[in-house]
Design a protein around this ligand. Sequence first.
Ligand code: GLU
Length: 501
Amino acid sequence: MTVRVRIAPSPTGDPHVGTAYMALYNLIFARHFQGKFILRIEDTDQKRSKPEYEENIFKALNWCGIHWDEGPDVGGEFGPYRQSERSDIYRKYCDILIEKGHAYRCFATAQELADMRQMRAKMGQKSGYDRRYRNLSEEELKARMDRKESFVVRLKVPLKGECVFQDEVKGRITTPWADVDDQVLLKSDGFPTYHLANVVDDYLMKISHVIRGDEWMSSTPKHILLYECFGWEPPKFVHMPLLFGTDGKKLSKRRNPTSIFFYRDSGYLPEAFLNFMSLMGFSMPDEKEIYSVDEIIKAFDVKRIGTSAAVFDVKKLDWLNQHYLINSISVDQLWPSIQNWGFNEDFMKKLMPLCHTRIKTFGEFIELCGFLFMNHLPLTEELLCPKSKPPELICAIIQTLIWHLEQNDDWSRDNFFNASKEVATLLEVNHKKVIMPVLFASLTGKHTGPPLFDSAVLLGKDRTRARLLKAMEFLGGLSNKKMQLLQKCWENKDFQKFINP
Ligand code: GLU
């Protein structure tokens, strides 16, 4: 059998460390078995997918030193490798399922579904779809089609029995069909859902092993059923342990820096980063922790993949990075490497206009701009809480600002400024006397510096977000209850309940 594996990221956000993790293991697997490693872009979510996110996936993985044999940017004989260019294929396969009686059209409107959910909740029934359109009569179906009613296509999931499959890491997995909903395969806009597109593509692209994170495990029964309905042999499944933070919670951008670019911009070495990622799911036979990708490719054995969650501990990454820094960069190479990272021409061209009129001597350059080249800012409560405002209010300001910036994922200078103004109004604090010092302190560790919003752009979105989160963490953060209250206030754009509880 020719081994063909793939990663299938969705370009709906910043390039996630989980994508690097999955890419690395797929690459290792492909190379170990002299197979092919494919990158497919799963951009079926029309609203959230953006070309720049796709570009960033390529950039981030290339920074890691991960390259693929087939993909939208490098081509290959099984293309197109971008799902938005394959819509006709999915519609065709969806029709086959309807014809064979494995799928059906469901005409439920959004309102109808909402009412149904409410009813089911009231009656103490399980949430989920009640299969009301599964057995429409020929006449009714025809009448609705003639009226051109909008519909989705759903998979007919067996009403009893169970799905059994073999996971290469976890062994035999059994799921009662009663726990699985009649999954939507084709949305009313004619675009496929993840499940249909993923299975059709894995089949057409001759994927032999699906190596993906544990979070997809609950989707696998639906996929197995789809293979069965089409009469195709399913690939082998390998579900990798999820990444957890040191707080014992799933890694999330709400709490941890999850963008690969954060690690690049903070000055980590790609070799150390990859070594670190590989430790997440695997242990070498000799328990060695420092090794090259070539070494793990040689030693790879699916039996050594872990079954429990992997802890993403930045301290470990720091330790590894220092090892690589000492051993793979000579003294002569150190300055060129640092220069290349942060003191390069491109960056300095952007920075100099901000410094020109703000230093009396060159000696003040680092005093002014050092924060751009630092990973640990000297934070104090005094700095972060101007006018002796309570830490809780400061955390609320920062959190609301993050939500504001995230709503359009627009961290540009102007939007940052406007957002900060709006947050001042919403939380009834002075922009100049409260918001600005809070932001200066969080991003620069000082109350003065080059223009704040330009500095944030130079820091980049990922380091900016990380610093805002760090400032909140330093102040003790918000309790779950307060966070929920704040979220409600943000949704209603009315913070009275938070300000005057
Ligand atoms: N599009 C899914 C993702 O974003 C792919 C999951 C899979 O590998 O099946 O990760």
